[in-house]
Design a protein around this ligand. Structure first.
Ligand code: CTP
Length: 409
């Protein structure tokens, strides 16, 4: 998996000769794992065709603000909500001026104004235009408004001059976009995450399992990596590739997952149990394949170890987060788990027809002893980032509270 796996990047292309590099930028963003949609200004269309950018992004290019067809499909508000980050590359002097003014009279500027996600620009222009006091004043405004400024580089320009104003190369832009997601909230901490289902063997070819896809646990592991943590992901059987930069350990049964967790938990500052661990397993695993000789058969089951509860019972215990999949009475059931297992947070989600397992979207209710926080329905990758931000804040609060208590005379 790349550094932008599951990220939705909206690439804005404005009018400038560097627009010819946009096709390569799209390609590099996609290689890094991102899903890319492109918005072009009218000026950009003079330098590169929508057809080219549609072909490399795999999606129709968005160009019009007030187009009935476009607004019925993905209009400026939907695009603004869709994007995890907006990169405008190349960003012309004119576009920077419009963004600094908060204009919304074309699609790209309207999307930049309407999004809650980070916005960054990669300026590209003649060096005199870049150095001009008006552009520099706009630049200062954009910085003040928390717009990321990527570049520009110095060097020879298309107009024959030499100086600052060249757009950064697509590979440099991709690295900087990846950095937008690196919050540093978990810098220096170790996080152990469990994910996926478990497989409890009945005989050599059959077993008990569940419909967990592992998507949420993997997204949590990736979000923790992005936040700066060293991450150990202990996963039951899934079809997902190992997340990049996490140490992934593959296991099958609840017992193996338990043992792998306890082999690594001593180093962990935070434990997040996302796995859908089987609660019961066959008391005996048949050595050979069971033959259908009897009309009826009964499987004798016994409880599996409760991994989450065993971690929360450690002394000292890491900051412990459990998941609860419920079909009804979400908060009440979550609160029970919080108390009986002695957890810091229970992240509860509704499951049922079309909800939870296997889907790409979910919502969570974060239940804590003195608070309840709702994270609304959104793609699992984004939901995982919101969860990690919440966990990081609570971890820091608990930690500094402890330091405080210790320091008190
Ligand atoms: N969990 C675990 N080990 C188990 C079972 C569950 O670590 N053997 C963890 C899961 O990873 C999840 C949480 O516990 O974080 C789920 O709690 P659990 O009580 O198992 O949920 P349910 O099985 O849904 O509970 P119940 O059927 O008792 O409501």
């Amino acid at each position: 998996m790349g550094t932008l796996t599951n990220k939705r990047i909206l690439l804005g292309v404005t009018g400038g000769i560097a627009a010819y590099k946009s096709a390569d930028t799209v390609r590099r963003l996609r290689e890094a794992g991102a899903e890319v949609r492109v918005v072009m200004t009218a000026g950009a269309a003079e330098f590169i065709t929508a057809l080219t950018l549609q072909a490399v992004s795999g999606h129709p290019v968005h160009q019009q603000l007030l187009d009935t067809g476009a607004e019925a499909g993905m209009g400026h508000i939907e695009l603004a909500r869709w994007a995890d980050a907006v990169l405008v590359a190349p960003a012309s002097a004119n576009f920077m001026a419009r963004l600094a003014q908060g204009r919304a009279d074309d699609l790209l500027s309207a999307v930049c104004l309407a999004t809650e996600s980070p916005v960054a620009v990669a300026p590209a222009m003649n060096q005199q235009m870049w150095s001009n006091a008006a552009t520099q004043a706009n630049l200062a405004t954009l910085k003040k408004n928390s717009i990321g400024i990527f570049g520009p580089a110095e060097g020879s320009q298309a107009c024959g001059e030499v100086g600052p104003g060249r757009m950064l190369e697509p590979t440099e832009l991709v690295a900087l976009v990846s950095d937008l997601f690196a919050s540093g909230e978990l810098d220096g901490l170790t996080v152990v995450v469990t994910a996926g289902p478990t497989w409890e063997a009945v005989d050599p070819v059959r077993g008990l399992t569940n419909r967990s896809s592992g998507k949420m646990g993997y997204a949590v592991a990736e979000a923790a990596v992005e936040a700066g943590a060293r991450v150990i992901l202990i996963s039951g059987p899934t079809s997902l590739p190992d997340p990049e930069r996490a140490h992934t350990i593959r296991v099958e049964s609840a017992q193996e997952m338990h043992d792998a967790v306890h082999a690594h938990i001593a180093d962990a500052d935070i434990f997040i149990g996302v796995a859908a661990v089987a609660d019961y397993r066959p008391t005996q695993i048949a050595k050979d394949k069971i033959k259908k000789t009897q009309e009826k058969m009964t499987l004798d089951l016994e409880r599996t170890p409760d991994i989450l509860a065993s971690v929360a019972a450690l002394k000292p215990a890491p900051f412990t987060v459990g998941f609860a999949a419920e079909t009804e009475n979400l908060e009440q059931h979550a609160r029970q788990k919080l108390a009986t297992k002695n957890l810091d947070i229970v992240a509860a989600n509704r499951v049922g027809a079309d909800l939870g397992f296997g889907t790409d979207e979910n919502s969570l209710l974060l239940v804590e002893p003195a608070a309840v926080t709702e994270l609304p329905m959104q793609p699992k990758a984004r939901l995982a980032r919101a969860l990690i931000a919440h966990v990081a804040a609570r971890y820091r609060a608990k930690h500094s509270a402890k330091v405080h208590t210790l320091r008190r005379p």
